[in-house]
Ligand binder design. Structure first.
Ligand SMILES: O=C(O)CCC(=O)C(=O)O
Ligand SMILES: [Fe+2]
Length: 338
């Protein structure tokens, strides 16, 4: 049993590589400790333009302060891709409403015309819904997604190296049309969604590869590493990214890497919280094969929890669709007959 963790490590991405372009062993060791033992860490030194993170959060504050009627024009029930606006309290986690409203978005591509019945996840490709009255939202959110894609790619390369694999080991499933996903989230204070209680978002694991989350200064994100009963607070660091791993990486490494459970406690009454999770994800049709771990790491793999309520699927698109269907019952019923 490893020791109880009480905080999430902070890694400086600007120190990841040495001047010859290769990854620094110290960085790789710190990354391996974080990904294997906690499944969460924070990243600073990741680049981007001056105050890009701060400006994005300001844009969210401004957008969610505008009349709700503008947001309802973007209702995600009109989108087979689950894109657009989810009303307050309408997303469900662990069977309970979450105290948040949000915009979901992804790469803007034309919807596929003929989706085979046995591959409904291909319906997840399609357009976004953006407010025409507030165009800076699309602009800032898409710029952010471009930055996060490059950081996700860099982190996956480092993760591959930490598993003693070639840096480009995970590149193929991401080539062409990676199906990343972004969210622009507004949490409301406890009591604003009575049925949510103090649940900002209920305990869950993310279903993709790598999540890169920007949170504001309010706090409330908590994580529970494997084998530990104590929850850890992820203390806000201005501008830092909170990084965690998703189920695809846990499955592919037989539990050497962890898709760690996390949740958000709603802010105190009257306080708002804003966050921007970004899920760096492969093509919808990508199937992820077991990763050939070196023996000494394979010996530390913990296996994959076989939860009948949460079957883990090796096809990325199917796993993503599973998550969406569970979180958005009204969209599921309308477009997927579930
Ligand atoms: O808003 C946060 O801090 C975390 C959100 C989250 O875990 C998610 O949307 O998957
Ligand atoms: Fe999450």
């Amino acid at each position: 049993m490893t020791k109880v963790r009480t905080s999430v490590p902070v890694l400086d991405l600007s120190t990841a590589r040495s001047s010859d372009g290769s990854f620094n062993p110290e960085f790789i060791d710190a990354l391996r400790d974080a990904t294997h033992n906690i499944g969460f860490f924070q990243v600073v030194g990741y680049g981007g333009s001056d105050n890009q993170a701060g400006e994005l959060l300001d844009t969210l504050r401004e957008f969610f302060a505008r009349p709700v009627g503008e947001r309802l024009l973007l209702d995600n029930r009109n989108s087979p891709q689950f894109r657009g606006y989810t009303r307050l309290g309408k997303e469900v986690t662990q069977g309970r409403a979450d105290a948040r409203e949000q915009i979901d978005y992804g790469p803007a591509r034309p919807a596929l015309e003929n989706v085979p019945e046995d591959q409904p996840h291909l319906k997840l490709q399609g357009p976004n819904q953006w407010p025409s009255a507030f165009p800076q939202l699309e602009e800032k959110a898409m710029d952010w997604a471009a930055l996060m894609s490059s950081i996700g790619d860099e982190l996956l390369s480092a993760i591959a190296v930490s598993l003693e694999l070639p840096a480009d080991y995970f590149a193929e499933p991401f080539s062409g049309t990676p199906a990343w996903m972004g969210k622009l989230v507004h949490y409301v204070g406890t009591g604003a969604v009575p049925e949510a209680g103090s649940q900002g978002v209920g305990a869950h694991a993310d279903y993709g590869f790598v999540t890169l989350l920007l949170q504001d200064e309010v706090g409330g994100l908590e994580v529970k590493p494997y084998g530990q009963d104590e929850w850890i607070d992820v203390d806000p660091i201005p501008g830092a990214l909170v990084v965690n791993l998703g189920e695809m990486l846990e499955v592919a490494t037989n539990g050497y890497l962890m898709a760690t459970i996390h949740r958000v406690t709603a802010p105190p009454a009257g306080v708002d919280r804003y966050s921007v999770p970004f899920f760096w994800s492969p093509r919808l049709d990508a199937t992820i094969d077991p990763v050939p771990l070196p023996e000494h790491l394979a010996a530390q793999a913990r296996g994959v929890s076989d939860d009948p309520h949460n079957p883990m699927l090796s096809n990325y698109g199917s796993n993503m669709l599973k998550g969406f269907l569970r979180a958005h019952p009204e969209v599921a019923k309308k477009w997927y007959d579930r």
